[in-house]
Design a protein around this ligand. Structure first.
Ligand SMILES: [Cu+2]
Length: 401
């Protein structure tokens, strides 16, 4: 307390001097902004609060002691107060749980828009129901017991150190429940990550490369295969380091949004150029880290088009999103990309309009035959937003030749 008093005096003195100086110089009111932003201010405020509580405590103690010396009965029944506080805590706490479930529960994601997402939601719901029941029951028991069996001075606690039957029950039941939950998770995980490929319904491959702070999306072109790439080939005009000695790369396309045909499996090929990011598409219940130096895959089937989801959520502005779920740097929050799920026909019409990755500059760099272009250069590799249909068509034709 002495230290605290000394600190407060120093703080008060310096601010008093500062105020005097300020008043002498400009007679302006003191700017409190830097004070409110300083940590010291809040540390002192906290210590002041502790001091206040300590003083109240001491005052009550003095009150109790005076009653004791006068031979009067105890003034404050702390056991009763603690018991009532426990009961109040239970009521307020349970209301808090109800509020959380209704208010924040309403903000939960809409129904899963993918096949495997339904299984994940089911698991989530089962876990939530079990834990909610256990949580509410144990808390009611805990707090009502402390309320009803508070010390009254009239009875003595029963000494009951051990009961094998009870211990068996509270070990075996949670163990069984947790085993079922973990096994369910394991089997669901396996069904998502170890799929047996249906040769009649091969997935559409899309490569997504993460970097601070963007996603680059590469579609495979007519051959359905995204070509090789290597970080060693990254240059100003070849931002993703695509290897054009691999024939599969020649028709690859860059897209500035992700468009997926509905009810068709899609296989995302995920890599990272700098740090670990996390490929997160909440509406499809998809999340996987993108790690520099390794390739990871996520295959799933979207089941609802954007239009269907707009109707389901009653939100005409609804958009599927790709986000980064790894705090990867200062602009992490801004790593998002719209995703559109459309019909197969809409997808077919959209995909042919996407810019090819291979530009004339890249052709020169890889010593490939340069395509004659009538008026202008092909858009630069980094410029993915250009949607010049004339140039695109020329490029498409060039690739087909
Ligand atoms: Cu990121």
């Amino acid at each position: 307390m002495a230290v605290l008093a000394a600190m407060l005096t120093v703080f008060a003195n310096t601010s008093a001097f500062a105020q005097e100086a300020a008043a002498a110089a400009t007679a302006k009111p003191v700017d409190m902004e830097p004070v409110y932003k300083s940590t010291l201010f809040y540390v002192l405020l906290f210590l002041l609060l502790c001091l206040f509580i300590a003083i109240v405590g001491k005052a009550l103690r003095v009150y109790e002691l005076t009653r004791e010396t006068q031979g009067k009965p105890e003034g404050i029944n702390w056991n009763k107060i603690n018991g009532i506080l426990f009961a109040l805590f239970l009521i307020v706490g349970l209301y808090g749980v109800y509020w959380e479930y209704t208010v924040h529960g309403n903000m939960i994601l809409p129904e899963a828009a993918s096949e495997h997402g339904k299984k994940i939601d089911q698991m989530f719901n089962i876990t939530l129901i079990i834990t909610t029941i256990v949580f509410i029951l144990t808390h009611i028991i805990l707090f009502t017991f402390t309320y009803f069996y508070k010390s009254t001075g009239k009875r003595k606690a029963y000494y009951y150190p051990h009961n094998n039957a009870l211990e068996r029950i509270w070990t075996i039941i949670p163990a069984l429940v947790l085993t079922v939950l973990v096994l369910m998770g394991f089997l669901t995980w396996r069904s998502i990550f170890y799929k047996i490929e249906d040769p009649k319904n091969k997935p559409l491959s899309i490569e997504v490369t993460s970097s601070q702070f963007q996603w680059d999306v590469r579609y495979p072109g007519a051959d359905g295969v995204v070509g090789k790439k290597s970080y060693k080939l990254i240059t100003a005009i070849n931002a993703l380091g695509i290897d054009f000695t691999d024939k599969n790369s020649l028709d690859d396309q860059l897209a500035d949004e992700i468009v997926l045909p509905v009810n068709k499996p899609v296989r995302f090929i995920l890599t990272s150029k700098d740090v670990i990011h996390s490929f997160y598409m909440p509406h499809f219940r998809v999340q996987l880290n993108t790690v520099p130096g390794m390739t990871s895959y996520f295959e799933f089937t979207p089941t609802l088009t954007t239009e269907q989801m707009k109707a389901k959520t009653n939100d005409p502005t609804f958009k599927y999103l790709l986000l980064c779920a790894k705090i990867c740097g200062a602009n992490h929050f801004n790593m998002q990309k719209p995703v559109r799920v459309v019909t197969q026909e809409e997808y077919d019409a959209w995909v042919v309009k996407q810019n090819p990755y291979l530009t004339n500059d890249l052709r020169k760099a890889f010593k490939l035959p340069v395509v004659a272009e009538p008026s202008k250069e092909a858009p630069a590799a980094a410029d993915t937003t250009a949607k010049d249909t004339a140039a695109t068509k020329t490029n498409q034709l060039a690739i087909k030749k």
